[in-house]
Design a protein around this ligand. Structure first.
Ligand SMILES: Cc1cc2nc3c(=O)[nH]c(=O)nc-3n(C[C@H](O)[C@H](O)[C@H](O)COP(=O)(O)OP(=O)(O)OC[C@H]3O[C@@H](n4cnc5c(N)ncnc54)[C@H](O)[C@@H]3O)c2cc1C
Length: 224
């Protein structure tokens, strides 16, 4: 398969949480994506240009730049650790867009940590189009400080954003993990769309529970 590579300059880097940064980069002419799609990214220098990692676009397609929201794994010197040391003016290489998760209709978005990124793109687009109603977000994190774009998501979703924290007890949030009891409490009708994205284990556990409750497997969309 042929892959087109685009060298793009970083326009701006902003801090999102203690281990997540937002990168706005140049948008190549004619480049477009569907909310939820991703591309293979590498850093354009001799040491790192062949180390490709997938990241999801978190801006709207109509914006004049591209945006990634990237969590850093500081425990080893991988690509995310390097990305977090870059500055505006440095260059990335991006490639063709490919599908990860695509919106098919109102339902439940279930995310763990950086698994929110495809949903950021989808929820931002739905908000802009005035179509966010009837969508709910269940967002699992370790602590409140880990919640990516917390203020923005709670502003656009209101009561339809449910935060679940595994390592912090706080009156404002549900404590624990997304388990069967929680799903049954929150979800009235399992015959709807489910979009699940997060760590492998979380995705497979939640998928098993959703299938058990009769969610149709083609309505359970997975991050590969
Ligand atoms: C379709 C898709 C879209 C994605 N979109 C996003 C996104 O928008 N934003 C985002 O933040 N992430 C996203 N990810 C995840 C992202 O691709 C990974 O976080 C990234 O590839 C990690 O790269 P890395 O080189 O830093 O770590 P890698 O070296 O690739 O390691 C990945 C994992 O292994 C562990 N690991 C590997 N080697 C070591 C080591 N020596 N010591 C300790 N731990 C180790 C790391 O802790 C980490 O969890 C996406 C993934 C997919 C599949």
């Amino acid at each position: 398969m042929e892959h087109t590579e685009h060298i793009v300059r970083i326009l701006n880097i902003a801090v999102v949480t203690h281990d997540v940064k937002q990168f706005r980069i140049e948008k190549p002419e004619g480049y477009s994506f569907i909310p939820g799609q991703a591309t293979e990214v590498s850093i354009n220098n001799d040491a790192w240009k062949n180390e490709k990692r997938p990241f999801t676009f978190t801006c709207l397609n109509e914006q004049p730049y591209l945006e990634f929201t990237i969590k850093r794994y500081a425990d080893h010197n991988g690509v995310t650790n390097q990305l977090h040391q870059l500055q505006a003016g440095d260059e990335l290489i991006i490639r063709d867009v490919w599908g990860a998760i695509e919106y098919k209709g109102p339902g439940y978005f279930i995310a763990g940590g950086a698994g929110i990124t495809p949903f950021l793109a989808i929820l931002r687009q739905l908000h802009k189009d005035g179509k966010l109603d009837r969508n709910k977000l269940l967002f699992a994190n370790k602590t409140a400080a880990d919640i990516i774009c917390h203020n923005e998501l709670s502003a656009i979703l209101g009561e339809n954003m449910i935060n679940i924290l595994s390592e912090e007890t706080n009156d404002q949030y549900v404590h624990g993990r997304i388990d069967d009891a929680l799903l049954q409490k929150i979800i009235g009708d399992f015959h709807t769309h489910f979009y699940v994205c997060g760590p492998d284990k979380m995705i497979s556990d939640i998928n098993d529970l959703l299938v058990m409750h009769g969610a149709s497997p083609d309505r359970v969309v997975f991050e590969k």
